[in-house]
Design a protein around this ligand. Structure first.
Ligand code: SME
Length: 157
């Protein structure tokens, strides 16, 4: 894999449709988790230019910061805390149109206004989350949910 990522312009759906096979090709044949999470975060950041995108992994009953792209972030999040901890606890994707209205939101960056957190589930257990943050209000919707859930399902552990 030496080719640059092909970035497309278009609708959100068109961008994901172009990105998805590229992400699958990037992580195919590589078993190292950190390497794959790092490339997924980089590919999403390059295509969508979100403020922050990356992973937290469950370690000893806490979410611990894992590969990401964007400003420095909080390193540890407890179960049920913030959007990430809530997504972990509920084992569900959470879309937050305005973080100011989400009780307990953890502000890693003051620039973050909306957010989506997708749990990474293996054998009925949440083993981490994918988190994306935008400076713009109401930036994430069901289209992001559908494709991001597909992306995390393709990660091999
Ligand atoms: N806002 C998140 C914390 C992680 S950062 O946004 C990178 C939360 O409330 O869980």
């Amino acid at each position: 894999m030496a080719d640059d990522l092909q970035i497309v312009k278009g609708t959100k759906q068109e961008m994901y449709e172009a990105l998805l096979p590229q992400i699958k090709a990037l992580i195919e044949g590589e078993v190292d988790l950190v390497a794959n999470l790092a490339n997924i975060a980089a590919a999403l950041k390059e295509q969508f230019k979100w403020l922050w995108v990356g992973f937290y992994l469950v370690k000893k009953e806490e979410l611990v910061l894992a590969p990401f792209q964007g400003p420095v972030a909080c390193t540890r999040i407890k179960k049920g805390r913030g959007v990430c901890g809530a997504s972990w606890q509920q084992a569900q994707t959470i879309i937050v149109p305005d973080v100011a209205k989400f009780p307990g939101h953890i502000a890693c960056s003051s620039l973050s206004v909306s957010e989506i957190v997708v749990p990474v589930i293996r054998n009925n257990k949440v083993i981490g989350v994918l988190d994306a943050d935008s400076e713009k209000e109401n930036w994430f919707d069901e289209t992001d949910q559908q494709y991001l859930e597909e992306i995390v399902a393709s990660i091999v552990f």
